[in-house]
Design a protein around this ligand. Structure first.
Ligand SMILES: Cc1ncc(COP(=O)(O)O)c(C=O)c1O
Length: 447
């Protein structure tokens, strides 16, 4: 094991150089590459256990990346591993037919999630969002979807718009111009969406009032996790609910990050607002690829009657269903979320205090199980405020200084940090100790 302040990462570098020769960009997803901020190159991880992850050079890190969210129970949670191994050994990874575990899982989701009368499963968050949008358009007979600037809903052509647009090209703050997130997304799809700033109920109300005959649904992350964990302003989600209901526009909560994480019933439980449809992934499978659309009976009946076909060869494979059942049973244990929130609060307060103690304004946005650090006095409420308040170079320096001290944070301030049920007070102590050294190091550098 290399020393904490100069860990050797030679094997990671050699693997990256080798991967670049045959794997496009050297990575399995852009979120893992230098494009996402990993510098000087991404690390190669060997294994994880609980809240710790180990790279191929033998360095150990307290893990707040948690695979970008799925690992809510930490790495290799024994109950999930056991369920998966037993299922594979008994019936294989998939049968491609109905199997007895499916209703077991559906019942658990319907029981846990407010407003979920019926559910269907798929494999990724992107697929679940694609289906929710299609169902909403079919149900209302309308075409347009209202989405908020700065939110991420997966990488389908229809919705990967205005996620992190360059502000100079994105039009007026109160009436953003839809911008596709990548070349190759047909420009014509701009006609099918309306982009608005988040946390502005007045603008949403006016848009829906003026264009109600065109708008099928409003989709929102209940917590803008994908741009630094910006929280809904008090009353905002309720206002969204009221105005959509008043005009027969469906409300879709994209709970891919918040679902089964903020509470067993996700954001709908935590914020006390019920959506018509909600999408789930990540924490639902604790590391196995499963996603879901769950919602109001009359809306989901379109799927039940196959008027909107919900397809997928790999949907509800025995493997992922067994994993999700075991995950939900673990999460449903009394005290799980109380503990997760309490630990998150301790960590957030501790991190904030390390910066403030060094004379650097800081706050933590987001609830305990998912949060982000900001170096400002007041929180951002919209994407553009978040861009204006972000300090990417300072954050990146902090992330690097933490990495050298054995703590793995996401390298981008626009992302977020996750906590798992496997994290302990000892992990938090170690993190805060690392933060003390990291703050001292970068304060001098940025002074
Ligand atoms: C809110 C939200 N929706 C959808 C997605 C897409 O999920 P997936 O990567 O499983 O396709 C993500 C992924 O991070 C997300 O954060």
């Amino acid at each position: 094991m290399a020393t904490a302040l100069a860990p050797r990462i030679d094997r990671s570098r050699a693997l990256y150089e080798r991967a670049l020769r045959s794997l496009a960009g050297g990575v399995g997803s852009m979120a893992r590459g230098t494009f996402a901020g990993y510098a000087p190159h991404p690390l190669y991880m060997d294994r994880g256990e609980g809240a710790r992850i180990y790279d191929v050079d033998g360095n150990e890190y307290v893990d707040y990346l948690l695979a970008l969210g799925p690992l809510i129970l930490g790495h290799r949670p024994p109950a999930v591993t056991k369920a998966v191994v037993e299922t594979i050994e008994r019936s294989g990874s998939m049968l491609g037919t109905n199997h007895p575990l499916e209703p077991d899982l559906a019942e658990r989701v319907v029981r846990a999630v407010p407003g979920a009368d019926l559910v269907r499963f798929s494999n990724s968050g992107t697929e679940a969002v694609m289906m929710a949008l299609r169902i909403a358009r079919a149900f209302t007979g309308r075409r347009r979807i209202v989405r908020f600037e700065g939110h991420f809903h997966g990488w389908a052509d229809a919705i990967q718009w205005s996620v992190r647009p360059p502000v100079a090209a994105a039009g007026l703050e109160h009436a953003p111009r839809p911008l596709p997130a990548a070349p190759g997304i047909p420009e014509e799809l701009a006609e099918t969406i309306v982009v608005l700033p988040w946390n502005r109920p007045d603008l949403l109300e006016r848009t829906i009032r003026d264009r109600r005959s065109e708008i099928a649904a409003v989709i929102t992350e209940p917590l803008m996790a994908n741009n630094g964990c910006v929280e809904p302003q008090p009353g905002f989600l309720r206002a969204v609910r009221e105005v959509t209901a008043a005009h027969d526009v469906l409300l879709i909560f994209d709970e891919v990050i918040t679902g089964f994480r903020l509470a067993l019933g996700g954001a709908q439980e935590r914020y006390g607002v019920r959506a018509d449809l909600a999408t789930f992934a990540k924490a639902l499978g604790a590391g196995y690829p499963i996603s879901a659309v769950a919602g109001r009976r009359d809306v989901m009946e379109l799927v039940a009657r196959n008027e909107v076909p919900y397809l997928g060869t790999y949907n509800t494979s025995s493997l992922v269903v067994a994993a999700a059942i075991a995950t939900l049973d673990e999460l449903a244990r009394p005290g799980t979320y109380e503990r997760l929130h309490a630990l998150g609060e301790r960590l957030a307060n501790g991190l904030r205090d390390e910066f403030r103690g060094a004379g650097i304004p800081a706050l933590v946005q987001g609830p305990g199980p998912v949060f982000q650090l900001w170096f400002t006095e007041t929180p951002a409420t919209t994407y553009r405020e978040a861009i204006a308040k972000a300090k990417p170079a300072f954050y990146a320096a902090f992330q690097q200084a933490m990495l050298r001290r054995g703590v793995l944070f996401h390298p981008s301030q626009q992302e977020h940090l996750f906590l798992s049920t496997a994290h302990t007070d000892g992990d938090v102590d170690r993190t805060l100790e690392a933060a003390r050294g990291a703050v001292a190091e970068i304060r001098d550098r940025f002074a």
